[in-house]
Ligand binder design. Sequence first.
Ligand code: ADP
Ligand code: 5GP
Length: 202
Amino acid sequence: MQREGVALVVSAPSGTGKTTLVKRLLAEFSNFGYSVSCTTRKPRVGEVNGRDYWFLSREEFERRRDQNYFAEWADVYGNLYGTPLEPVRQMLHEGRDALFDIDVQGAAQLKLSLGEATFVFILPPGLDALERRLRGRGLDDEQAIQKRLDGARWEMIEARWYNALIVNDTLDKAYDELRAVYLAATLAPVRNRQLVQEMLSR
Ligand code: ADP
Ligand code: 5GP
């Protein structure tokens, strides 16, 4: 019997390990459709247009934003990011789960527009560890690292309205917690409206 799709929204300060955890979840559960965001950021080495992001010019992004193409959008460290609305609606309607890897500003907008979404915030095990991971990842220059560390403080204050908090200290433990939150969401009565009736009719 088909259930309704889960909208799983995952936020974390940049460098926490969110991409690592989300990739693992997508690899384990094939029912996920990934919500590919649009961004005005330049592609990083290895990133593919249409798989990691849709890379748009600022003009094109603003044009789509003004036509209400996005379910949410935000300015993150000077680049614009947005979630296309239509593919998400389609996915959930078809009973596929949708994963949103978005920042706290975008998550707050989705909380208003997608009432039944599950919001997970991944915390670093401390600001020192976060700095080590940002440096270890080797993607950002010094200025970008400082910006991301400053951002982490106010982003983490927003964590209190999420449904689940996961500290990414040991990767395996954090992953077990993420999959537990996801599996619990798939079992919610709102996503399985016909289940009781069906069991009663057997
Ligand atoms: P984000 O998507 O949150 O910016 P990434 O997934 O790119 O973060 O991870 C940032 C860096 O931290 C990567 O080099 C990754 O391998 C490393 N990392 C992720 N999780 C852990 C962990 N639990 N312990 C140590 N390093 C980690
Ligand atoms: P990065 O440039 O490192 O890929 O992402 C930077 C930040 O932008 C991350 O916190 C990521 O979650 C966020 N982000 C990615 N896509 C979207 C989106 O569609 N909307 C919003 N609001 N944030 C996004």
